[in-house]
Design a protein around this ligand. Structure first.
Ligand code: 5AD
Ligand code: SF4
Length: 448
């Protein structure tokens, strides 16, 4: 979601005549997009602001804007930071070019956040946000040939640990025709893969007269768009997961058999305290159903370890769930108390940092063991990947004997594949013969 927001703002600024640069020292305006989901993310922003404050001592004309969730959460407090000129929440992103002009001409600090974040946005603001999404250009894509498309904004789940409902506001589904028009435009620009985004994408719901659209309908409409070859959607919430979505995945060739569906914990007691609305058994049953309907499906999950009151027995229940789930991968986070959330106001952060860290590593080890075994099945297979570009590790990036650099691509099931090939393959599909499988990465050779 944040990558999309950053791309949208970059696109809007380019359209207003700004030129992008990677380095703060070359910039007249520095924008920091922020995340509030854990304290660590906010601490990193504060540390960047410390550096920028230094820079501004020599260059007082430098304009610094902080945008996104942390801007919405901290508002005026953030504006009072010496380095900061603009604070703009997620709903105010379309205003950023204008706010920058204003600061450049008037030199005053500006705050643009939503006053009562849980009130439904007025139609005008919704429309402004929608127009803004539509202006997204594939040339600011993070990865060639791929684009994120927001299907929903906000969240109504109120998981007790989570700040998102308080910074991104109530759940709003975008009109399907606006989403489809946008994807058509992206496909015309050469986008081959679209990822539909929503905090709880499976609850996408839009009523148009007497027609009701759900995610399954949206997937079906997207798959009719010429040029689009792979469709993904993230992230799903395990509560009220409609089987129609699984059937759409099974029936529509373009929909990738990949499901990111966080469990967060395997302990029913903790799941209840997290306000997740399901039990570990219900969650595992959903995975069984998903695998029955979509046999080739790859499933990914998120977990929070060290939630208030999490005992060794609770954690063991999470380990059990991870073993049963046989994920493609999982992301593990240490609980971070977020001001304003129910968990923070009602429950003390009782689990020691060292215990959180240890549980985090233990859970990743369990997942690693599973991957070491399960990933071997790919060795010897030829798998189609969408090539992303040069691999991220420069020291591995040297050309091999055939003079071709190391590239990375992803399978429809979201596995990362590393192979040598011409850089011109970025944004294209390629077939790779898998020769070796690690826990996190598959290695192979390009099939001519
Ligand atoms: N502390 C730690 N992890 C969190 N997440 C959300 N809120 C918190 C928090 N307060 C994790 C969840 C979510 C992912 C995006 O971040 O696992 O799925
Ligand atoms: Fe946060 Fe829960 Fe909404 Fe995900 S579903 S964004 S964890 S409140």
């Amino acid at each position: 979601m944040n990558k999309l927001d950053a791309a949208l703002v970059a696109s809007a600024l380019q359209k207003s005549g700004f030129i992008l640069t990677e380095h703060a020292r070359e910039a007249d305006v520095v924008l920091i997009n922020t995340c509030s989901v854990r304290q660590h993310a906010e601490d990193r922003v504060l540390s960047h602001l410390g550096h920028l404050k230094h820079m501004k001592e020599n260059r007082p004309e430098l304009v610094v804007a902080v945008m996104g969730c942390m801007a919405q959460r901290l508002g005026t407090n953030l504006l009072s930071h010496e380095a900061v000129d603009i604070v703009a929440g997620p709903a105010q992103l379309p205003e950023i070019p204008r706010l920058i002009e204003q600061v450049l001409t008037q030199g005053t600090k500006t705050l643009a956040v939503t006053d009562k974040i849980r009130t439904i946005t007025n139609p005008e603001q919704s429309e402004a946000l929608d127009t803004f999404e539509y202006a997204y250009d594939s040339d600011v894509n993070h990865i060639p040939g791929q684009a994120f498309v927001r299907a929903m904004r906000g969240c109504n789940q109120f998981c007790s640990y989570c700040v998102v409902p308080y910074v991104r506001g109530p759940e709003v589904s975008r009109p399907p025709h606006a989403i489809i028009e946008q994807i058509k435009k992206l496909a015309d620009q050469g986008v081959r893969q679209v990822t539909l985004l929503g905090q709880t994408i499976n609850s996408y719901s839009y009523r148009d007269g007497d027609r009701q659209y759900g995610l399954a309908n949206l997937l079906e409409m997207t798959s009719r768009i010429e040029g689009v070859e792979w469709i993904r959607f993230i992230t799903s919430h395990p509560g009220h997961f409609d089987d129609a979505i699984l059937h759409a995945m099974a029936d529509l060739e373009k929909v990738c058999p990949y499901l990111h569906i966080p469990a967060q914990s395997g302990s029913d007691r903790i799941l209840k305290a997290m306000n997740r609305g399901y039990t570990a058994r219900q969650y595992l049953d959903l995975l069984i159903r998903a695998r029955q309907i979509v046999p080739e499906i790859a499933i990914a999950g998120d977990f929070i370890v060290g939630f208030p009151g999490e005992t060794e027995a609770d954690f063991e229940a999470t380990v059990y769930l991870v073993r049963e789930a046989r994920y493609k991968n999982c992301f593990v986070f240490k609980y971070s108390p977020r001001p304003g959330t129910r968990a923070d106001s009602k429950l003390a952060d009782t689990v020691q940092e060292t215990v959180k860290k240890e549980r985090n590593l233990r859970l990743l080890d369990v997942q690693n063991e599973i991957n070491e075994i399960d990933n071997q099945q790919f060795v010897g297979q030829v798998i189609k990947v969408l090539v992303e570009g040069l691999s991220k590790k420069p020291h591995l990036n040297q050309a091999n004997e055939g003079g071709m650099p190391q590239l990375i691509g992803r399978t429809a099931t979201d596995f990362i594949v590393v192979f040598n090939g011409p850089e011109s393959l970025a944004g294209q599909f390629a077939n790779i013969h898998i020769e070796k499988a690690g826990a996190l990465t598959l290695f192979g050779m390009l099939v001519e």
